[in-house]
Design a binder for this molecule. Structure first.
Ligand SMILES: Nc1ncnc2c1ncn2[C@@H]1O[C@H](COP(=O)(O)OP(=O)(O)OP(=O)(O)O)[C@@H](O)[C@H]1O
Length: 270
């Protein structure tokens, strides 16, 4: 049944991917993750170019989070290969993938709520730098201090930089989490439903932040909000029952009759 769902688009994408072993930021080949007898993801093949922004869509249980966990090293795949910037990291633990420039955000908050916005970002920058065990206070001219204020600006929180995290709105806290993921100049980021729980205004802010990231910084975003996902991504992988169901541009995915039937609930459009 799943096999029958594979479309010509997927077959064509696979053919393209087969030749693209070099130069990819992220490359998955035949990745499967079993939980007992359940295949959470099956034979997932996907290539993301450096700087590319890819959305991974799919209904609940489609396998999106499992896919992320396999890429980050939180789970080791049952079979298949994962390459980061050409290097086979399939068996690497999470920290080795972080060292290679991979970052992720989580749906749960990992912030220090009793510290200010600027201090949270400074500590994140410190945590990924040399000398991270030093307890010295930051001094004026400290490059990490400068960098952390740049990151606060990149997530549009400069007016709130001295505020305690506990005083921020939920949306601002999510913005701050993006700044933490940007610490240490990552090469590739996985965003796990960054728009979840945000108001329409906060969603617009999120779209502006994500589209404003440096162009060399590729990312994959899991997002239930199609509007956000299709506005920030240049390519889309649609998953269903643990498999890649379709790949295409946002316009192709949005206008695809099978996608509309499966995911958008029939007549919904735009
Ligand atoms: N640790 C686990 N143990 C057992 N089964 C799991 C585990 N994690 C995920 N699954 C199962 O794998 C399948 C895919 O789950 P996954 O969370 O990856 O989907 P998803 O697309 O992220 O869904 P959602 O949008 O609800 O987060 C589901 O059937 C889920 O129940």
């Amino acid at each position: 049944m799943d096999g029958a769902r594979e479309t010509g688009a997927v077959t064509a994408a696979r053919a393209g991917i087969a030749g693209a072993t070099t130069g990819a930021a992220l490359e998955l080949r035949g990745v499967t993750k079993m939980f007992g007898a359940l295949a959470a993801i099956s034979d997932v093949t996907m290539t993301v170019r450096p700087g590319e922004r890819r959305a991974v869509l799919g209904s609940n249980g489609a396998g999106k989070t499992t896919l992320f966990n396999c890429v980050t090293g939180d789970f080791l795949p049952t079979s298949g290969t994962i390459r980061l910037f050409g290097e086979d990291v399939s068996a690497f633990p999470a920290h080795e993938r972080i060292r290679r420039g991979l970052r992720r955000t989580y749906q749960i908050s990992l912030l220090f709520t009793g510290l200010s916005v600027a201090d949270n970002v400074y500590l994140a920058c410190r945590g990924v730098s040399r000398g991270r065990f030093s307890l010295l206070r930051p001094r004026k001219g400290d490059p990490l201090l400068t960098r952390s204020l740049e990151l606060v600006e990149a997530v549009h929180l400069t007016p709130h930089r001295d505020q305690l995290v506990s005083e921020l709105s939920y949306g601002q806290q999510r913005q701050l989490e993006i700044a933490l993921a940007l610490a240490g100049a990552p090469r590739f980021i996985l965003f796990d439903e960054p728009a979840a729980g945000l108001s329409p205004t906060e969603r617009r802010e999120l779209v502006a932040i994500l589209t404003g990231l440096p162009s060399h910084m590729g990312f994959v975003i899991i997002e239930h909000d199609m509007d956000v996902a299709l506005r920030v991504a240049e390519s889309v992988t649609m998953m269903h029952n643990g498999r890649v169901f379709k790949e295409g541009t946002p316009a192709e995915i949005e206008n695809d009759a099978e996608v509309q039937e499966l995911y958008l609930g029939g007549g919904h459009h735009g």
